[in-house]
Design a protein around this ligand. Structure first.
Ligand code: KG4
Ligand code: ZN
Length: 407
């Protein structure tokens, strides 16, 4: 896989090219996936064996970082501007025409309403003219199932989705059989990363140019000590698997203010111990995630929810591309004889491949194909599966201490 910056379509576009684009031998049916739930316009064509035949992605990320956050009408306008080209490019790279497709799958929930609508309107038009089956997709289901394509993960498995809009821990029993064990109570982890990065003014650092808030914190944290600041424990008295990142975000904001005052930092200055702060912030996020996953693994063990000989935790979503977090969670999972599977970073963040693959999984089972595509609508908010998050507390599961850091 290699990255290429392709100029065209008015603005500089970051397009991801899979090594197999246009070259993979097609196996069985093919599905086109379209993703516009937030700020990435993605499209891809995959086959039954999970070969990526062609893909294209236009990311608005760098622009939104510049603007200090995602402005929905701006995201909508950029989706509208690029969706036609992104879809055409994915089809071209796959060397297929719309008529060759077996289905078209599109994210319709959850996400930013204005962004979702662009993908849905475009897809409805394509479905109408081509008369192809239409498969509406739940964005979180797509993140969770990606590892079945990249690593052939079998049901049941545990999945952790950590992104800019969500945090969720669920048992995945089938393509559309999710049991939620833990859910976010306030800010999503990516939101905490983004707001902390913004408060730290990381975009002023050359090494952070064009990176998301999370990506910037990860880079800067490499030079810092994760234990430089005292750990700010989160919900340690509550024996469930739910997530809260508002406290960690507030902790960071407070510490930055103290440091700025202490060092007399001006408006566009950066605190001298920025690396330590980033490293400690990242460690606190890891620590909180790890405690919730540890309890989920023990909960699954108590209720025989995962096979003893093949326990798998899939982590996905933009925050899961963080290598420090991946390493820490791997140490935890090793302790419980559970393998950890993370799709490559480009398939962890929003992309068209996961939507196409989710469509393929549904097509194979013959489920979720819209009877009347005209009646399909978007849902900005939409829970996934059955909520069993309150069952966890009943077991009062205590958590033994486990080392998350290297040394
Ligand atoms: O899944 P995603 O691409 O979009 C949705 O939110 O659905 O996730 C984007 C989020 C952003 O908040 C971004 O800051 C975060 O993922 N992110 C990271 C990293 N790369 C992206 N967070 C921590 N570490 C990273 N390396
Ligand atoms: Zn996402």
């Amino acid at each position: 896989m290699y990255r290429a910056i392709i100029k065209g379509f008015g603005v500089e576009r970051r397009v991801l090219l899979s090594h197999c684009c246009g070259f993979a031998k097609q196996s069985g049916r093919i599905v086109l996936g379209i993703e516009t739930s937030c700020d990435d316009t993605g499209a891809a064509v995959v086959d039954e064996d999970g070969n990526i035949l062609g893909e294209a992605l236009n990311s608005q990320g760098a622009l939104h970082v510049e603007m200090g956050g995602i402005i929905p009408p701006v995201a909508r306008d950029l989706h509208e501007k690029h969706i036609g080209n992104v879809v055409n490019l994915a089809l071209q790279r796959a060397s297929v025409k719309v008529q060759d497709l077996d289905a078209i799958a599109t994210t319709v929930k959850p996400g930013l309403a204005l962004s979702l609508l662009v993908g849905l309107h475009f897809s409805k038009q394509l479905v109408k003219t081509s008369q192809k089956p239409f498969i509406p997709i739940h964005h979180m289901e797509a993140h969770a199932l990606m590892a079945r394509m990249t690593d052939r993960v079998k049901f049941p498995f545990l999945t952790l989705l950590i992104s800019g809009g969500h945090s969720l821990l669920a048992l995945v029993k089938g393509v559309d059989e999710f049991v939620v064990i833990g859910k976010g109570l306030d800010d999503a982890p990516g939101e905490a990363f983004d707001k902390t990065a913004r408060r730290l003014k990381l975009k002023l650092l050359p090494q952070c140019s064009g990176l998301s808030g999370g990506g910037a914190i990860e880079i800067v944290a490499k030079e810092g000590n994760p234990l430089a600041f005292k750990l700010h424990p989160v919900m340690t008295q509550i024996a469930d698997c739910n997530f809260s990142f508002a406290g960690i975000k507030a902790w960071a904001q407070k510490e930055i203010e103290i440091e700025e005052k202490q060092h007399g930092i001006e408006a566009d200055g950066i605190i001298p111990n920025v690396a330590d702060l980033c490293a400690s912030f990242q460690y606190m996020v890891l620590h909180h995630l790890a405690k919730r996953i540890q309890r989920a693994l023990l909960f699954c063990e108590l209720n025989s929810l995962l096979p003893d000989d093949e326990k798998v935790l899939v982590i996905s979503g933009g925050v899961a591309s963080n290598m420090f977090i991946r390493d820490g969670l791997t140490r935890l999972c090793n302790h419980y004889n559970c393998s950890i599977v993370c799709p490559p970073p480009r398939l962890c963040t929003d992309n068209g491949v996961m939507i196409a693959w989710n469509g393929m999984e549904r097509l194979k089972l013959g489920i979720g194909i819209a009877a009347n595509p005209d009646l399909v609508d978007i849902q900005a908010k939409c829970p996934l599966g059955v909520d069993a998050s309150s069952d966890v507390c009943r077991h009062s599961i205590k958590l033994p201490r486990i080392k998350l850091l290297e040394n």
